[in-house]
Design a protein around this ligand. Structure first.
Ligand code: C2O
Ligand code: CU
Ligand code: CU
Length: 460
C-alpha cells in the first residue's frame, strides 16, 4: 500500500535556479515503487495539482478500473467544479471534458495493481486525455519495478550495481522554468528543440533520473542498466564509449515486458519513447579514474551526451549473465491468430487542423475501435508515415516482422511498445488475456497521443 500526493514542487535541476514541477510526492521522477510478482499493490493518489489527473501504470497487467483511462479523472482536491485547464500544449481542444462517458470519480483514488506478470521495469505517468504530454513534461512520471525469485536467483548485477535510468529530455527557460515549446514559439527556433506539431516536443537538456548529464561513480565491474526512455518524443541510439574511443558492448537481457530468452549484444541500442531495455555493461576493463560516456548517436551538440560513468575503484564481481535468462516467453505463432488487423498510424486532417490518426480517425472515447475476445490471439499489421512508437495497454506482444523482414535484434523478447520507423510496417502478435474491459493503444510520442493518435481496445 502506498500513498502518493500529486503536488507542485520545485527542484534545482540546473545549477543555481529552481524549476517548478508537477510531481508525485515532491520529486521528479516520482518515488520508485518495488513490488513482487503476484503481490497486489494499492496506490492511493491524492491530487493537489491545479488540474485533474489520471494515473497509468505503463506495462502493468491491470484491471481496466485501475488502468488510468484518459477520462477517468482524479479531480484536484478542494475543487467543486471542473477547473480551467492550463498547460494545454498540443491538442485539439477539450473533447474529454465534454464527453458524456467521462467518469469523474474522486479527489483521491485507489489504483490497485495485481502485478501478476513477468518481472520488469514499469513506469507510471499521467494519462489525461489531450493533456498527457505537458503533464509528463512537467514531471508526472515515476518507476515501478516488479521482481520475482526466479530473476533474483540468476545472479545478475544487483544492489548498487543495478541502475534504473529514466532518460528524458527537457527544455528550460532562462529563469529555470520548464519550457514547453508548444507554448513558446520562440523556443521552436532553438537548436535541439523543434516544432511539436510535427515530431513532438524535444528538449535540449538530457536528464537521467531528473539530473542533467549526470556522472555516476561505479565499481570496475558489471552493472545492470535498466533503461527507460521517458522522453515525450526523443529517440536515442545509445552507445557506451570509453575515453580512448572504444565502444563497450551493451548486452541486452530484457525488454519492455521482462527478460529475454538469451542475451543479445548491441553496440548501438535504439530506444523510442516508453521503451525499456535491460542492459548489462561491463566496466571491469576500465582503469580507475577512467570514464565511459553514454552517448546518443542521434543527438548533436549537447543532446549527443546522455550521462557518464566514472570508474572509482577496482572491486570483486561475482555477478553472472546466464546464457539462458528465461524460458517462459510466449511462443505465439501466426497460425494461432484468429484475426489479422491492419492499423495505420498517419497524419491527417482533424477538425480544422492537423492531427495524428489511427486508421484515419482521431481518438474518440465514445467509439469502439478494436473489439476482441478474452483469450484471442491476433496479428496486427501496423504501418506508419513517420516515426511512431506504438504501445498497447494490458498485453505484451512479440514483433513478428518489420518491413516484411525478420525483426531487428532490439525487437527481441516481449514488448509493449514497438518503434515503427518512417514509412515502415511491422507485424506484432499477442494474446488478449488477463482482464476484460476497455483499454487503449496509442502512439507513445506523447504529443501525437494528445493530438489524436490513440484508440480504444475493448476486450469482451
Ligand atoms: Cu505509457 Cu498509454 O501509456
Ligand atoms: Cu501503457
Ligand atoms: Cu506518433
Amino acid at each position: 500500500r502506498y500513498e502518493i500526493t500529486q503536488r507542485e514542487a520545485s527542484a534545482e535541476i540546473l545549477p543555481g535556479v529552481r524549476t517548478p514541477l508537477w510531481t508525485y510526492e515532491g520529486t521528479f521522477p516520482g518515488p520508485t515503487i518495488e513490488s513482487r510478482r503476484g503481490r497486489p499493490v494499492t496506490v492511493t493518489h491524492h491530487n493537489e495539482l491545479p488540474v485533474p489527473t489520471v494515473v497509468h501504470l505503463h506495462g502493468g497487467r491491470t484491471p481496466a478500473a485501475s488502468d488510468g483511462y484518459p477520462t477517468d479523472l482524479v479531480l484536484p482536491r478542494g475543487r467543486q467544479e471542473r477547473p480551467m485547464h492550463t498547460g494545454h500544449g498540443s491538442g485539439h481542444g477539450m473533447r474529454g471534458m465534454h464527453d458524456p462517458r467521462a467518469v469523474v470519480t474522486e479527489l483521491t483514488r485507489d489504483y490497485t495493481f495485481p502485478l501478476d506478470q513477468r518481472p520488469t521495469l514499469l513506469w507510471y505517468h499521467d494519462h489525461r486525455m489531450d493533456f498527457t504530454a505537458p503533464a509528463i513534461w512537467r514531471g508526472l512520471a515515476g518507476l515501478h519495478i516488479v521482481r520475482d525469485d526466479a530473476e533474483d536467483a540468476l545472479g545478475l548485477p544487483a544492489g548498487p550495481r543495478e541502475l534504473p535510468l529514466m532518460i528524458a529530455d527537457r527544455a528550460f527557460a532562462a529563469d529555470g522554468g520548464l519550457a514547453y515549446p508548444a507554448l513558446d514559439p520562440a523556443l521552436r527556433e532553438r537548436p535541439g528543440v523543434h516544432d511539436p506539431y510535427l515530431g513532438g516536443v524535444l528538449g535540449d537538456v538530457i536528464l537521467v533520473n531528473g539530473a542533467p548529464w549526470p556522472v555516476h561513480e561505479v565499481d570496475a565491474a558489471r552493472h545492470r542498466l535498466r533503461i527507460l526512455n521517458a522522453s515525450n518524443a526523443r529517440h536515442y541510439e545509445l552507445e557506451a564509449v570509453t575515453d580512448d574511443g572504444r565502444r563497450l558492448d551493451l548486452v541486452q537481457i530484457g525488454a519492455d515486458q521482462g527478460l529475454l530468452a538469451a542475451p543479445v549484444t548491441h553496440r548501438l541500442l535504439p530506444t523510442a519513447p516508453a521503451e525499456r531495455h535491460d542492459v548489462i555493461i561491463d566496466f571491469s576493463g576500465i582503469p580507475v579514474g577512467g570514464r565511459v560516456r553514454l552517448l546518443n548517436r542521434l543527438g548533436s551538440g549537447r543532446t549527443r551526451d546522455v550521462m557518464a560513468f566514472r570508474v572509482a575503484r577496482r572491486a570483486a564481481d561475482d555477478s553472472r549473465v546466464p546464457r539462458t535468462l528465461s524460458t517462459d516467453l510466449p511462443a505465439w505463432r501466426r497460425s494461432d491468430a484468429v484475426r489479422v488487423r491492419d492499423l495505420s498510424f498517419r497524419a491527417g486532417r482533424m477538425g480544422g487542423g492537423h492531427g495524428w490518426l489511427i486508421g484515419g480517425l482521431p481518438f474518440d472515447p465514445a467509439r469502439s475501435d478494436v473489439i476482441t475476445r478474452l483469450g484471442d490471439v491476433e496479428v496486427w499489421r501496423l504501418v506508419a508515415d513517420v516515426h511512431h512508437p506504438v504501445h498497447l495497454h494490458l498485453v505484451g506482444f512479440r514483433v513478428l516482422s518489420r518491413g516484411g523482414r525478420p525483426p531487428l535484434p532490439h525487437d527481441a523478447g516481449l514488448k509493449d511498445t514497438v518503434s515503427l520507423r518512417p514509412g515502415e510496417s511491422a507485424e506484432i502478435i499477442t494474446r488478449f488475456d488477463g482482464y476484460r474491459g476497455r483499454y487503449l493503444f496509442h502512439c507513445h510520442n506523447a504529443e501525437h497521443e494528445d493530438m489524436g493518435m490513440m484508440a480504444n481496445l475493448e476486450i469482451v
